[in-house]
Design a protein around this ligand. Structure first.
Ligand SMILES: N[C@@H](CCC(=O)N[C@@H](CS)C(=O)NCC(=O)O)C(=O)O
Length: 217
């Protein structure tokens, strides 16, 4: 099995990059810096016609969509234990979170960040206002789920749902209302950010602006 990940630091590729590191799956990482417009490069557009990251080349075939890539990797590498096994009691909840992130929270985040360029700039403020509401609702839902004291989102152990959750929470760091401003999310955020694979991911992507303070477990 061979993998090449096209990523941009902190972008939607981050969850996939994290999974590859956490699971110890061999892969090659290639930088597509979206801040410099590298996603519009014709050579990259041949791999990803939408001009977005991530792209994961799986055994020579370009594949897209962060949540789908996480589920695909979970299926191809079951011994990594990053998704409840098919038929197991926690499988349904894992599907729910993966699909909720992919079809509710990710699009709301896209709308918030890209309201001006994806749509009509004249209506961007209204788009962002609705997106913000959806994002707030998502943190409410997450907070209510974590209120039972669970360590991770699904089945008491780390899964692909946590990779997406943390990536999306990180994106709020420069928004008016940050995920870290919600006290009920902080124990979870601190716990997952303390994972060696998250620290390694940040080092590899050159990120240092959303880590646990030194000394915080
Ligand atoms: N639904 C896609 C979203 C991908 C996406 O929007 N990626 C952003 C970065 S977070 C991107 O490539 N932006 C560059 C652009 O749109 O020009 C996924 O989850 O993979």
């Amino acid at each position: 099995m061979s993998y090449v990940l096209y990523y941009s630091p902190g972008a939607a590729s981050m969850a996939v990059h994290w999974m590859l590191i956490e699971a110890g799956i061999p892969f090659e990482a290639r930088l597509i810096d979206i801040d410099t417009g590298a996603q519009h490069d014709p050579e990259y557009r041949r791999l990803n016609p939408a001009g977005r990251v991530p792209t994961l080349i799986v055994d020579g075939v370009p594949r897209h969509e962060s949540a789908a890539l996480l589920m695909l990797l979970a299926e191809r590498h079951p011994t990594a234990g990053l998704a409840p096994a098919p038929g197991s009691p926690d499988r349904a909840e894992w599907f729910e979170w993966m699909v909720f992130f992919a079809n509710t929270l990710l699009p709301a985040m896209r709308d918030w960040f890209y309201a001006d360029s994806d749509g009509d700039p004249a209506g961007a403020q209204a788009v962002r206002a609705l997106a913000e509401r959806r994002i707030e609702e998502a943190w409410e839902r997450l907070g209510a789920t974590l209120a039972d004291g669970r360590a991770f989102l699904v089945g008491g152990r780390l899964s692909t749902a946590d990779f997406l959750a943390l990536m999306l929470m990180r994106w709020t760091r420069n928004m008016p209302r940050k995920a870290t401003s919600r006290e009920n999310l902080m124990p979870y955020i601190i716990r997952v950010r303390a994972l060696p694979s998250f620290i390694e991911l940040n080092a590899r992507e050159g990120l240092s602006d959303w880590s646990n303070p030194v000394g915080q477990a």
